[in-house]
Design a protein around this ligand. Structure first.
Ligand code: PEP
Ligand code: MN
Length: 386
């Protein structure tokens, strides 16, 4: 095993497998007691400095300055009782700083996950709430209903859907402007014209807008018109794009890649978070499995797993997961019951005429009833529409 390098800490090269972990749970079938045995150096790769409850802001600043002077990335996380400082970079460097001796420092402990900034360990297990124009995404008592057409096709088509979903209590409007299509000859969206249409409809309905950025060259345009920047499944590991959206300073909706593990999703989120953008919403949208009956396989287990392992909000996309509007209601309700912080669904007035994803789009006329049923399931967990 080569010694850990600085870069490994954010590139995913230090996955448990590469670090030579043994998972006894996989050997003896004891999933409840899943414990991971790591080589000694593995546990030392990422560190957290926990301050005493009495630590002063000056003492916290002193720790941050020391870490930064050593070339480490420091993230201050104030908690209810104590402040923790995540130190990301060469752990040997952290140890050599002798931080335990500094005033206000309680302990220096390793963080045991391959993802760092997205880890719930870094946030004292407190959830991050992403606020979008007054709507709270990720709060324990709120559920975010994002709805709208797959693709913006015209002002009238977008306006009609937006009015229907707004009337039924939707929190945000979705609408694709730049579409990532499997074939380059399919309809790829109206581009900047679609962003202008979304801005108009936003002004009319008051619904904040979510749209997908597929290339860094459009980032400026998105910064000016879109409230939440979506990074689609096909770009989850487009690290350059993730850094660009990290720098935009807008909330980001990061969708899970078609064949990506949850660890990889969280490490992708780290790319956005490390740019100082803490407003990241994760989305489970179905993955590729051997099953072909549904468009993808919705991994509902991802919802409670992510809620355990990350502080970021988690939403579900039952439309792209199923590919079939008849499955969207049950999957959306199941997502709410599993503890998701929201859903993102496709809705059209006339799905048969849609240029993209017609079969999975809900009829706008049915949306109000759909929303009430999902809301009732979210209500079982004490959540109300954001
Ligand atoms: C979308 O939401 O418009 C989309 C293309 O989804 P995904 O990236 O999950 O396929
Ligand atoms: Mn779609």
């Amino acid at each position: 095993m080569r010694p850990p390098a600085n870069d490994d800490l954010l590139t995913g090269l230090d996955t448990p497998e590469q670090a030579g972990e043994v998972r006894p749970s996989l050997l003896d079938g004891d999933l409840e007691g899943a414990m991971v045995v790591r080589p000694a150096h593995y546990a030392l790769r990422r560190m957290m400095v926990v301050m005493t409850p009495e630590a002063t802001p000056e003492q916290i600043d002193a720790v941050v300055s020391r870490l930064e002077a050593r070339g480490l990335h420091a993230k201050v996380m104030p908690g209810e009782l104590t402040t923790a400082i995540g130190a990301i970079g060469d752990p040997e460097g952290v140890r050599e700083l002798g931080l335990e001796g500094l005033a206000g420092v309680d302990q220096v402990i390793p963080i045991s996950r391959p993802y760092k900034l997205a880890s719930s360990e870094l946030s004292h297990h407190a959830p991050t709430v992403v606020e979008v124009d007054g709507r709270r995404v990720g709060a324990p008592d709120s559920f975010c209903l994002i709805a709208g057409p797959c693709t913006v096709e015209s002002p009238d088509q977008t306006r009609a859907v937006a009015r229907a979903v707004a009337a039924a209590g939707a929190s945000l409007l979705r609408g694709g402007a730049f579409k990532p299509r499997t074939s380059p000859f399919s309809f790829r969206g109206l581009g900047e014209e679609a962003l202008r249409i979304l801005a108009e409809v936003r002004a009319e309905t008051g619904l904040p807008v979510v749209s997908e950025l597929t290339s860094a060259e459009h980032a400026g345009c998105f910064a000016a018109t879109v409230d939440v920047v979506q990074v689609g499944a096909r770009n989850m590991q487009n690290y350059g794009l993730l850094e660009v959206v990290g720098k935009l300073g807008k909330p980001v909706l990061l969708k899970r890649g078609l064949s990506s593990t949850l660890d990889e999703l969280l490490m992708a989120a780290d790319y956005v978070l490390k740019e100082g953008n803490e407003r990241v919403i994760l989305c489970e949208r179905g993955i590729r499995t051997f099953e072909t009956a549904t468009r993808f396989t919705l991994d509902l287990g991802a919802v409670p797993w992510l809620k355990l392992h990350t502080h970021l909000p988690v939403i579900v996309d039952p439309s792209h997961a199923s590919g079939d509007r008849r499955l969207v209601g049950p999957l959306a309700r199941a997502a709410a019951a599993a503890g998701a912080d929201g859903i993102i669904v496709e809705v059209a007035e006339d799905p048969e005429a849609a240029l993209c994803d017609g079969p999975q789009q809900l009829y706008a006329k049915d949306f109000a009833r759909f929303a009430r049923e999902v809301e009732a399931h979210a209500g079982l967990l004490g959540k109300r529409l954001a």
